[in-house]
Design a protein around this ligand. Structure first.
Ligand code: NAD
Length: 336
């Protein structure tokens, strides 16, 4: 049994990861500025609501901890990270700087940083038939957006802490992780969750709106695979950045068609060419992670999407019912 801290433990990957580690019999402390509570059962020993932009909070939560999985970040899907730059860089630099320094001071044995495919340069992602991104492709640097720059900077900061202070670091670069019990509404959701929600909300027959022309490509990794991969990276001897993703490239159109098929509805697609769509094509190369970590994803996209759609459809129905029970007041009276 180890004492493990999962930051971002109220969010999507963090809560699934915390549950996995907790069920393995570890002591798990989950910390977040807010808890979605989409996972209803107990999934950690301690649940602490704390803002990790504050140095003293980082010092408090790392005390007595063997391993840190640092997943806390101010982030969202393409709409959010295209719109918001300063806040994302400001918050995440503070979280990551204080978490690294607190882990050093509290003599944490190992520290994992959750980086992103957004670290990869835009000039390698201009074609939908893109080649899988290898870890070494991150340089010469030209990340996708401010969020990607912050992740790349923090990777370097991890390297510096390792070199100068002997902090044992691990770095995963996640590529589009999806699954149930994650953000599906509110503007921070990613493409699989957003499309599942749109399909679940749309009356049959009807139409959903796709951001962009639908020909942009991505690869998607199911949450259970991502959790196993993350723990395997943490437990491995490999201390350089490594991809955790899938190498099955699909267009957004294909992704939407799969979800529509799962729903059993007869929906058509409209295209919003003004909406943000990110890089034109992005895929993960898994050669390194297979070789160094012995991990590869197992869950087929169709299978993972079915679980995701079913969970989101239930949530959408619950949301609809609660709206009927407690209808929103359209023009609330001013109180002052
Ligand atoms: P998420 O938004 O569900 O989880 C991040 C959590 O961090 C949230 O619950 C949020 O409340 C918390 N957080 C934000 N600011 C905080 C603060 N000041 N103090 C404490 N907690 C704070 O996102 P996720 O998908 O679970 O992502 C987890 C990590 O993986 C993040 O670092 C993210 O950048 C990275 N990542 C995720 C993906 C993906 O596809 N989901 C892809 C690339 C990288």
């Amino acid at each position: 049994m180890e004492r493990i801290l999962v930051t971002g433990g109220g969010g999507f990957i963090g809560s699934h990861l915390a549950r996995h580690l907790y069920l393995q019999g570890n002591f798990v402390r989950a910390v977040d500025v807010k808890f979605d509570d989409y996972i209803e059962e107990d999934y950690c020993n301690e649940k602490l609501e704390m803002d990790l932009r504050i140095r003293d909070n980082c010092l408090a939560v790392t005390e007595g901890i063997d391993k840190v999985y640092n997943l806390a970040a101010n982030m969202g899907g393409i709409g959010f990270i295209t719109e918001v730059g300063a806040e994302v860089m400001h918050d995440n630099i503070l979280i990551n700087t204080h978490m690294l320094e607190a882990s050093r001071q509290n003599k944490v044995k190992r520290y994992l940083f959750s980086s992103s495919a957004c670290t990869y340069p835009t000039y390698r992602q201009t074609d939908p038939n893109v080649k899988g991104l290898k870890e070494e492709d991150a340089y010469p640097a030209d990340p996708d957006n401010f969020y990607g720059w912050e992740k790349l900077f923090t990777e370097k900061m991890c390297e510096a802490y390792q070199r100068d202070h002997g902090l044992d670091v691990r770095i995963v670069r996640y590529h589009n992780v999806y699954g149930p019990e994650g953000t599906y509404k509110g503007g921070r959701e990613k493409s699989p969750a957003a499309l599942c929600r749109k399909v679940a909300e749309t009356q049959n027959p009807g139409a959903i709106t796709i951001w962009g022309d639908g020909k942009q490509t991505r690869s998607y990794c199911y949450i259970d695979d991502a959790v196993i991969g993350t723990v395997m990276v943490m437990e491995s001897d490999y201390d350089k950045p490594v991809n955790i993703g899938s190498d099955r490239l699909v267009t957004i159109d294909e992704l939407a068609d799969m979800i529509i098929k799962i729903s059993g509805k007869h929906l058509t697609k409209k295209y919003d060419l003004k909406a943000p769509q990110g890089v034109r094509g992005r895929n993960a190369d898994l050669t390194l992670v297979r070789k160094k970590i012995g991990w590869q994803p197992k869950v087929r996209l169709e299978q993972g999407l079915e679980k995701t759609y079913n969970w989101i459809e239930t949530k959408v129905n619950e949301d609809r019912e609660s709206l009927t029970e407690f209808p929103e007041i359209e023009h609330p009276a001013k109180l002052d």
